[in-house]
Design a protein around this ligand. Structure first.
Ligand code: PMP
Length: 299
């Protein structure tokens, strides 16, 4: 297999040479935005939606991405082509760039643009068949009026604390509540609960990121005739749900079979989760920007 290359500020460089300055404000202050995207079978899933969210995040924090939307599309496609990947997780990062030690973003003249693509399965394959156990943790989702969860910034300390707590409890993922105690999301994934064939997921204002996988699942479920809605709910509703599952670009769709020691449903992935997972797998195989078709030209 040829060596993995990474897009770094206009060039493709070998993985071991993909380095940025310690004065980059992405490193010093988490000042930047990012996206996690997936390509399946040579199709980049919902690339436009991911780039829209990236540009919205950047606009919100006054970070000017030094590429047009079309150029960015091409950069993502070219990163996959350079690596000859059909199935990969793609991490796109735009940081404020190199500045001085102070936090003033005006000391940074050029944003850094990085695209990494590599194969990734977030959880071991077996967990997608058995489902996972999660716990709710003390760390709360940052309030929407402090740092909006809609901004996918490089400031992920909140989410990292959640992951730490999950590991301390001996599980690999956790449930984050918002400051009022309502269910928000996982450390980097959205949550759905199913009760009597009705699906519910927290709305953005509760503190959930409006995940692209979440939205795709909502579309798929609606098309299949499920009653699916956004709604505010508590841990109690999670405990008594028939099924619970998480969605995210990295996590994809994974069943949750135990929450805070309570067995969910039958303690195995339920029929609605399995049905939606199957439809999602079908959808991603064909839907998306075609990496290896000719209308996208190498830049
Ligand atoms: N919530 C958070 C905090 C996340 O970081 C992610 C991953 N981007 C998600 C939810 C899931 O979003 P998506 O389906 O767009 O990957």
């Amino acid at each position: 297999m040829s060596e993995q290359v990474i897009y770094l500020n206009g060039e493709f460089v070998k993985k071991e040479d993909a380095k940025i300055s310690v004065y980059d404000h992405g490193f010093l202050y988490g000042d930047g935005v990012f996206e996690g995207i997936r390509s399946y079978n040579g199709n980049v899933f919902r690339l436009e939606e991911h780039l829209e969210r990236l540009y919205d995040s950047a606009k919100s924090v006054m970070l000017e991405i030094p590429h047009t939307f079309e150029e960015m599309t091409q950069i993502v496609v070219n990163t996959l082509r350079e690596n000859k990947f059909k199935d990969a997780y793609i991490r796109l990062i735009v940081s404020r760039g190199v500045g001085n030690l102070g936090l003033d973003p005006y000391s940074c003249s050029h944003p850094s643009v990085i695209v990494i693509a590599e194969p990734l399965s977030l959880f071991p394959k077996s967990m997608y068949e058995t489902g996972i156990e999660i716990v709710s943790v003390a760390t709360r989702r940052s309030r929407s009026d402090v740092l909006s969860p809609k901004v996918k910034s490089l400031n992920y300390m909140n989410n990292i604390l959640v992951k730490l707590e999950a590991h301390l409890a001996g599980v690999s993922e956790a449930l984050m509540l918002n400051d009022q105690g309502y269910v928000a999301e996982g450390s980097a994934d959205n949550i759905f609960i199913v009760r009597k064939n009705k699906l519910l997921t927290p709305p953005g204002y509760v503190g959930a990121l409006e995940g692209i996988t979440r939205n795709a699942i909502m579309d798929v479920a609606a098309e299949k005739g499920y009653d699916i809605q956004e709604g505010v709910f508590t841990r109690h509703d999670v405990y008594v749900a028939d099924e619970v599952f998480l969605t995210g670009t990295a996590a994809e769709v994974i069943a949750v079979v135990k929450v805070d020691g309570r067995v969910i449903g039958e303690g195995k992935p339920g029929p609605v989760t399995n049905d939606l997972l199957e439809s999602f797998r079908e959808l991603v195989q064909n839907d998306g920007v075609k990496v290896y078709s000719d209308h996208l030209n190498a830049v």
